[in-house]
Design a protein around this ligand. Sequence first.
Ligand code: FE2
Length: 372
Amino acid sequence: MPNATAAIDGSAVVLSMQGTDAIRIPGRWLRDHGDDAGSIDQVSRQRVVDTFAIPADIAPVELVQTAERLVVTWSDGAETAHSRAELVALATSRRSPRPVTGRPFNISADLALWESPPEPTLLSATAFTEDGLWRDALADLRNHGWVMFEGAALGRESVEQVGSRLGYVRHTVFGGIWTLSPSIQDHLDSAYTSFELDVHTDCTYTHDAPGLMVFAQQERDGDGGDTVLVDGFAAARDFAAIQPQAADLLTRFAVKGHYLEPGVHLVSDRPPLRVDSDGVLRQVSFNNYDRAPVLPEEGWVDEVIDAYAAFRAVLMEPGRSLHLPWEPGRVLIFDNWRLLHGRTAYTGARSFLGFYANHEDLESTLRVHGLL
Ligand SMILES: [Fe+2]
């Protein structure tokens, strides 16, 4: 779109091109979708800007245009830069949510949803080899979405044992069984750092996000670094109770995720609240770090942003997050389709072995043990 010109129109920016309709881009969306270093990491393309701190009444105050780029100065003092070609491409693939239908979804009645964290109960890693204890652990995993063991042997062997107990280890761009440590620089993901991570689900950029995550701590020396878990199904239930239309919107509007590193560029999308054809909530997907731009249909921009932020506010409510401290020999298994996970900041050495597994294999294992 070499001849497009941009102009400020109230709180929006309007792109005009010869021979086509003008494209109106709400400022509230545009402010969140810069491609400058203050908006996204320039290598991994993970989000840097704090989406949720952007004022709802944000407005552009100045535009600077070059042949390919648009630089916007905003009413909050920030400056963002944008590719005009990308904006046009996004505008021509706008999404229109289906009409609101009322009751957003049901949740399986046999899950033990938790909105205030239970006191963590750790199980003995002897369950890895004793069938009865393993079945009890699976029942916990099914009911609460997570289970943590202590006393596991260090090294790959016990991790492989858990993998074969759950089905099999899933291979991804991170490998099969991976090592997670800030000293590992093989991948660009924020998981390989030591700062605090907001709660999220992994792999919003894969069509079939792993249903299970397994972490086995190998080394610990320093402070902090608790894993933080939130029951996304409980949060979705509570969100739907107070904002049914916003919750319904999040069952219909697909949010895009991406992952980039040299030689890899994964992209997928799905609604944050994925509901099956029977109206049952099957999966929560939420990762603002890995979110990629999608421009809602005009008239839906505020609704989508508000719904996404409102669900995030429920996820972040005090008292909803379960903190699990670590020590070597502890092994955590959790459902990446139901729970969100984060991490407190930490100091010192902290390393894990871990892997992903498929949700259908968890379901298979539960069926085999008469738990589903
Ligand atoms: Fe993660």
